[in-house]
Design a protein around this ligand. Structure first.
Ligand code: CP
Length: 316
């Protein structure tokens, strides 16, 4: 069964990026492919971009779309890994099998919110649905990964890069809330996959290390000014240190991206963003900002993935 739960599940990254760029010129080219097929989207968390872009992608392919917003309690008191709250006590074991009869592809957004109690339950919703569902699964953001965002970022880099080996910097961003590591992890995965063509640097304050299994072999520079020197692309994202997980953090404006720090580099962020905390207005609104282009590319990233799954379903 085809799964898209991490960038590792995308074997043909370059081909998929090129396919996605082609789709922008002719989004309805494969509108017959999804006929009589249904995408079911489960949202345990709010979303603007992922929800609308994935729905649009599915509709461009001719699919029906059903969306469930789930009032997640992340309640693990019953039996670990098996309860989700659909306003009733619905167990994932049955829910996943039932959903597999109603839909052809299941897309899930599920990451824990911000309390200490929840930090140990990070990936159980995704993993339990994966275990019990019998249809392909797409990760629309979990606690540790956001592959559709990374694919959209790959498309954006491909479209906007003008130099042979660009320097790309992932810079930790100040934010009062500690959030999951999904986007930075996914971006680091992407950079590893593109490592032959990219000079990649991560910069963050000491104590804010990402999972070392993700960052192994990455160049980490604790001095932001030094890291940003000669950058072609600067990607910002907040992430927590594990000891800060769930706390309201003080804002460290020393890490805010200013126009002066950005220089001539292009600015990237997955959105939503806290203006004048993560980056100042001049950066977000400036000519070097790629944030809207990234958001636009979410549709074609999702469409390329759904299209590949549908082609697989036709073959089987
Ligand atoms: N970037 C992103 O995933 O946005 P949403 O949270 O709005 O889906």
């Amino acid at each position: 069964m085809k799964q898209y739960t991490s960038l590792n599940d995308i074997k043909n990254l370059n081909t998929l990026v090129k396919k996605a760029i082609q789709l922008k010129n002719d989004p309805f080219q494969y509108s017959h492919l999804g006929k009589n097929k249904t995408l079911i989207m489960l949202f345990f968390n709010a979303s603007l971009r992922t929800r609308l872009s994935t729905e649009k992608a599915a509709k461009n392919l001719g699919m029906e779309v059903s969306i469930l917003n789930i009032n997640a309690t992340w309640n693990i008191e019953f039996e670990e890994g098996t309860i989700m709250d659909l306003n009733t006590s619905e167990h994932i074991k049955e829910a996943a099998q039932v959903i597999s009869h109603y839909g052809d592809i299941l897309a899930i957004r599920a990451f824990p919110s911000l309390t200490d109690k929840e930090k140990d339950t990070t990936e159980w919703v995704l993993q339990s649905l994966q275990k019990y569902a019998s249809i392909p699964i797409v990760n629309m953001e979990s606690a540790t990964d956001h592959p559709l965002q990374a694919l959209a970022d790959a498309i954006t880099l491909e479209e906007h890069n003008t130099v042979q080996k660009p320097k790309v910097v992932l810079s930790w961003a100040p934010h009062p809330k500690a959030l999951p590591h999904s986007v930075p992890n996914a971006f680091v995965h992407l950079m590893h996959r593109m490592s032959n063509n990219i000079d990649f640097v991560i910069t963050h304050p000491k104590g804010y290390e990402l999972d070392t299994t993700v960052t192994k072999n990455a160049s980490i520079v604790y001095n932001q000014e030094e890291a940003l020197k000669n950058a072609d692309f600067v990607y910002t994202k907040n992430w927590s240190s594990f000891s800060d997980y769930g706390k309201i953090l003080p804002i460290d404006t020393n890490w805010t991206i200013t126009q002066e720090k950005l220089g001539n580099a292009r600015f990237m962020h997955c959105l939503p963003i806290r203006r004048n905390v993560v980056a100042e207005d001049a950066v977000l609104d400036g000519n070097n900002s790629l944030v809207i282009a990234q958001a636009n590319n979410r549709t074609y990233a999702a469409q390329a993935v759904l299209q590949e799954i549908l082609l697989g379903l036709v073959k089987t």
